[in-house]
Design a binder for this molecule. Structure first.
Ligand SMILES: O=C(O)c1cc(=O)[nH]c(=O)n1[C@@H]1O[C@H](COP(=O)(O)O)[C@@H](O)[C@H]1O
Length: 236
């Protein structure tokens, strides 16, 4: 039997008390929690530590700068002991390899080293949005190009949409960890996401993890919404 796709709940809020509440009400249901730019900038690193205690943490700060700055930034974040953390693949091979080195240095014990994920093409971008940035390729082509670059430079995995999973698995095999946002249970609003799929579709395509924010946190009953997605993943 293949491994079940795991669920990460994105706690996108600027309120520490809200995140603490979700940590209690959702933390036991989901496999990991994600704290990102909004929460970290609004509430600070102590709050990240407090909210993530007892949970697997996906610290999603999407670093993108010169290699030295990104590597030093990751070293500074190491005490938070995230399970997963992000940089942007388009920062290039040296930025990615220096990031990996920084994490290896901070965590000599490989088992506890945060897994380095390279964000490929944001799930909020479609063909037209990508073209606007000067990239003359489809999102699939660009995800594949950046995915190969990132894995060969030392990333453990990639953030991509479910539409690119099959392509990446063909090119890179089963080893890279594929983390997939842009997930919408059937019937829920897409919001600003463009390349979306349902939890079942993403699981069947071979996602290791899916990331779900608003369909859980803005649901009338977030705990129930999370349980329904977990049930969907269990039967996918
Ligand atoms: O790195 C991410 O997690 C990420 C990458 C990406 O391409 N698209 C994307 O939506 N995300 C994150 O995944 C979450 C999706 O949230 P919802 O659209 O509310 O489900 C947000 O916290 C985003 O920051």
């Amino acid at each position: 039997m293949s491994k079940r796709t795991k669920l990460i709940a994105a706690f996108d809020t600027n309120s520490r008390s809200q995140a603490e509440e979700w940590s209690v009400t959702l933390g036991k249901t989901v496999d990991a929690i994600k704290l990102g730019l909004e929460f970290t900038y609004a509430c600070g690193l102590d709050a990240v530590r407090a909210v993530s205690t007892g949970h697997q943490l996906f610290l999603d700060l999407k670093l993108h700068d010169i290699p030295n700055t990104v590597a030093s930034g990751l070293s500074a974040l190491a005490p938070l002991r995230p399970a997963l953390t992000t940089i942007h693949a388009c920062g290039g091979a040296e930025m990615i390899s220096r990031s990996r080195e920084a994490l290896e240095k901070a965590f000599p014990d490989e088992v506890h080293r945060p897994r380095l994920l390279a964000v490929t093409v944001l799930t909020s971008m479609d063909d037209a949005g990508l073209r606007e940035t000067g990239v003359n390729a489809t999102p699939q082509e660009q995800v594949l190009r950046l995915g190969k670059l990132a894995i060969s430079a030392g990333a453990d995995g990639l953030v991509c949409s479910a539409h690119e999973i099959a392509l990446l698995r063909d090119a890179l095999g089963d080893k890279p960890v594929l983390v997939v946002p842009g997930i919408r249970p059937a019937g829920s609003a897409s919001n600003d996401q463009k390349r979306i799929m349902t939890p079942t579709q993403a699981a069947q395509a071979g996602a290791d993890w899916i990331v779900v924010g608003r369909p859980i946190t803005r649901a009338p009953n977030p705990a129930l919404a999370a349980q329904e997605i977990m049930a969907e993943l269990a039967s996918a």
